[in-house]
Design a protein around this ligand. Structure first.
Ligand SMILES: C[S@@+](CC[C@H](N)C(=O)[O-])C[C@H]1O[C@@H](n2cnc3c(N)ncnc32)[C@H](O)[C@@H]1O
Length: 286
């Protein structure tokens, strides 16, 4: 497969993805496997306690590969000391929201307007018309600006629940101010499925974060870990999973199989958080 991060988006394919979205609770996931996720709705707010998760590897996670998701993963890794962050996601919309967020911070959008932006984007059927979006898109990466403008009429950032419900998880005012004064780092977005992302990598990371993927696609867990294990340095970590209420229990047999398969290579541990959120951690031992 070629370098998909440079592949141009296909507007017809993107629009057709939005056939029958379920708007009852924001947008539900599009069903998968069996359907293209290349353009599935982006999340505007993390549902994870990223302060906790990225804090687990504070001071050692300099080079990080993480799922892009809502874009909050990269921001929290930066706050916790990362100096190089590559991100990936199967959905192009994740690349777009990540770029929109970092552009908004670079433009010094006041914190309350940033929060309003997330909320408005989540509910908007035409993201480019949301308050502050015209100036953000003028400064954003042209490929995302082009995509967002051309997807007016489609609820491209409607995944998950209302961002108001995640007020404790998203950046607080101090974290936001720190990113404004430090400057948000440029990071590479790789548009790829987790199972293919290794084909785009040329280096070794301190931490690879694959959260919120395998609960939806347990079948790709073992091949994905096998393909990524040489991209984490000895002593580094792969964070495999976090809650969502479904968490580890649902795929416990897969985790047991992974533990058995990778036991010479990695130690596996479970880090329990509040509620039922959990993170499975593989530490590369050799
Ligand atoms: C479940 S969502 C939740 C948001 C995420 N927890 C956060 O904090 O931003 C995580 C992201 O995983 C992406 N995703 C799901 N399955 C994937 C896969 N097999 N490969 C790559 N990305 C995937 C989705 O497109 C979504 O952006």
């Amino acid at each position: 497969m070629g370098k998909r991060e440079y592949k141009k988006f296909d507007l017809g394919a993107a629009r057709s993805t939005y056939g029958t979205p379920n708007f009852k609770y924001g947008c539900m996931y599009m069903p998968w496997p069996g359907r293209s996720l290349d353009y599935s709705h982006g999340y505007v707010a993390t549902n994870e306690d990223l302060r906790h998760t990225t804090g687990l590897t504070r001071d050692m996670a300099r080079k990080v590969l993480t799922i892009a998701g809502s874009g909050d993963q990269a921001l929290f890794y930066q706050l916790n000391g990362a100096t190089k962050i590559d991100t990936f996601d199967v959905s192009f919309c994740a690349g777009a929201i990540q770029d929109i967020k970092s552009t908004a911070i670079k433009l010094n959008l006041p914190y309350d307007e940033y929060n309003r932006l997330l909320n408005d984007l989540h509910f908007a059927h035409s993201a480019s018309r949301v308050e502050n979006m015209p100036q953000i898109l003028d400064k954003a990466s042209p490929k995302y600006a082009d995509f967002v403008r051309n997807m007016d009429g489609y609820k491209i950032f409607g995944a998950g629940l209302s961002p108001n419900l995640y007020q404790n998880q998203i950046l607080d005012a101090d974290e936001y101010a720190k990113l404004q004064s430090d400057g948000v780092m440029e990071n590479k977005f790789i548009w790829a499925n987790a199972s293919d992302v290794h084909a785009h990598l040329v280096e070794e990371y301190d931490v690879i974060n694959l959260s919120n993927i395998f609960e939806w696609a347990p079948g790709i867990m073992i091949p994905t870990l096998a393909s990524l294990r040489n991209h984490v340095r000895p002593g580094g970590y792969i964070l495999v999973q976090t809650g969502c209420g479904i968490s580890i229990g649902k795929n416990f047999s897969q985790f047991r199989m992974a533990q058995e398969k990778f036991k010479k290579w990695a130690k596996m541990g479970i880090n329990k958080q509040k509620r039922e959120d959990q993170v499975v951690i593989l530490e590369r031992v050799r």
